[in-house]
Design a protein around this ligand. Structure first.
Ligand SMILES: C[S@@+](CC[C@H](N)C(=O)[O-])C[C@H]1O[C@@H](n2cnc3c(N)ncnc32)[C@H](O)[C@@H]1O
Length: 483
């Protein structure tokens, strides 16, 4: 029997294909702009964010796309296979904005190469532009600036921001960036953000702290160089939990339509490859507290951090010569820009950080979230901490699939049905899923779950209870699942 560990989250399945990074965009000397080592994780984040956007079913108004924190311009290379593979989206202008001048330079090369290749292959042109370096939290919302020349800021149909938002460390700056996004977007425009929710570069951070401690920066409140201890203790990465980010986005004139935290992993042949990837994107943030150090001294510190990192992971499962798997948690959020920033009518939010919610997405429920406008309301309530590291042989996904298939069918006949799924660890041996479905007729469990699946659940020791709460015509199905 298949053992299904409910807590090991798989990467979300993508409904489109992108050629290998190494073949995607080549420099004139044939070298790839991107490799799976340097940009593999970002590519996964990009694809997942796109998949989550597609599944919301949200239309995109006319207008260009702003790639906020465009980095090396990977979106330009994948857009023909991902964004523009959908007819309803069409080939739109994509404008990249990034704070880092080296990234701007590389993104411009990628933009030129990709659009030229596209033109040669298809005869069609792509319009890609990269603004001069710009901090998104301080963005000029009236003008775009290309090579020092101002151009009118268009109204964007989509602001796309992959793996950038955690690099804006200060919450106040995060708010400022969201305000800018709001003011450069059209009403009904779509905001897609992926960002770290925690765990990013965990072992690497531990190494960084040890190295900086070794340098004596932790010992006194203001050391002889005048640096404050907290400058070094702070996490260089501004990861935030999902609900906090959702609140931030909603208080800036957006309605969040989908939000989820997923665990993502990538295997490196050697952990030093990962350290190289962190160097590409994170060195500035990690070495923010020593801006006065020269290039050589920075390179030396980086080597020290890498050595310490290897030492730390060597104390765990990893052995020299073996591949190493890195994993982190990412928030994915899709929101719609509202007409005004007036306080919204109260919409409740359900923290979709839970593993169970990943199952909802896996089941193809586009609109997993809330709100009067959406067809199925799913409330998810539970304490994910409590069920962390638990596993079960029971196909929980199967249970959810059956119940939701039923609910969706029922909705088609009767309008909206809220589903409430509560999960709770009753004791060390048992997980309880309680699923309430509002209907106007009572159905026994056999009415919603196929007989052969029920038999299987019985065989697996799942205890099922069903009751009807008459006044509300709510059917409650309880599944006690052995762990
Ligand atoms: C991990 S990279 C992601 C790049 C790209 N979106 C991708 O998916 O490959 C993060 C990028 O955010 C940029 N960035 C960080 N803070 C920024 C800010 N305040 N304004 C604009 N860009 C910023 C960095 O320079 C970096 O290129």
């Amino acid at each position: 029997m298949k053992r299904w560990n409910i807590l090991v989250v798989q990467l979300i399945k993508h409904s489109f294909e992108i050629p290998p990074l190494e073949e995607l965009a080549l420099e004139s000397n044939g070298k790839p702009f991107f490799t799976s080592t340097s940009h593999g994780l970002q590519l996964e984040n990009q694809k997942t964010l796109w998949e989550i956007y597609i599944r919301t079913g949200l239309p995109l108004p006319e207008g260009p796309i702003l790639d906020a924190g465009a980095g090396d311009g990977i979106l330009f290379a994948i857009a023909p296979h991902m964004v523009f593979s959908r007819q309803d989206i069409g080939r739109r202008t994509i404008v990249g904005v990034d704070i880092d001048k080296n990234k701007v330079w590389k993104a411009r090369q990628v933009a030129n190469t990709v659009s030229e290749n596209y033109r040669q292959k298809t005869g069609l042109s792509l319009v890609y532009q990269v603004q001069d370096p710009q901090d998104l939290a301080e963005m000029d919302t009236k003008n775009l600036i290309f090579y020092g020349q101002k151009a009118n800021m268009p109204k964007f149909a989509m602001v796309w921001s992959n793996s950038m938002f955690h690099w804006i460390k200060e919450p106040r700056q995060k708010y400022a960036a969201l305000e800018k996004f709001y003011s450069v977007m059209k009403e009904g425009g779509v905001l897609c953000i992926s960002m770290s929710s925690g765990g990013t570069a965990r072992d690497f951070r531990a190494a960084y702290i040890n190295v900086f401690k070794g340098l004596g920066f932790y010992d006194i409140h203001a050391n002889e160089q005048g640096f404050r201890v907290q400058d070094f203790e702070d996490d260089p990465i501004g990861s935030r939990p999902l609900d906090e980010i959702v609140n931030m986005i909603e208080s800036n004139g957006f309605q969040v339509v989908s939000s989820v935290t997923l665990q993502e992993s990538i295997a490196y042949n050697d952990p030093r490859e990962y350290s190289k990837a962190v160097e590409t994107y994170g060195q500035d943030a990690f070495l923010r507290s020593v801006p006065h150090y020269g290039k050589e001294r920075k390179a030396h510190i980086w080597k020290e951090i890498e050595k310490e990192f290897i030492r730390i992971i060597g104390k765990g499962k990893w052995k020299e010569g073996q591949p190493w798997e890195y994993s982190q948690f990412n928030n994915y959020i899709v929101a719609v820009r509202k007409k005004s920033k007036m306080p919204p009518k109260k919409i409740s939010h359900y923290d979709l950080t839970s593993i169970l919610n990943e199952q909802f997405i896996a089941l193809g429920y586009n609109k997993i979230l809330i709100g009067d406008d959406y067809e199925i309301m799913v409330h998810l309530e539970g304490n994910e901490k409590e069920i962390e590291k638990e596993s079960t042989v029971v196909d929980v996904q199967g249970i959810l699939r059956e119940v939701f298939t039923y609910a969706a069918k029922y909705r088609a006949q009767n309008g909206q049905i809220p589903c409430i799924v509560k999960y709770e660890k009753l004791d060390r041996m048992c997980l309880e899923l309680e699923i309430s479905v509002k209907t106007n007729k009572d159905l026994p469990i056999t009415g919603i779950i196929k007989k052969n699946f029920l038999d299987l659940l019985n065989e697996q020791g799942v205890v099922i209870e069903h009751k009807r709460i008459d006044s509300e015509i709510t059917s409650v199905y309880k599944f006690k699942i052995p762990l």
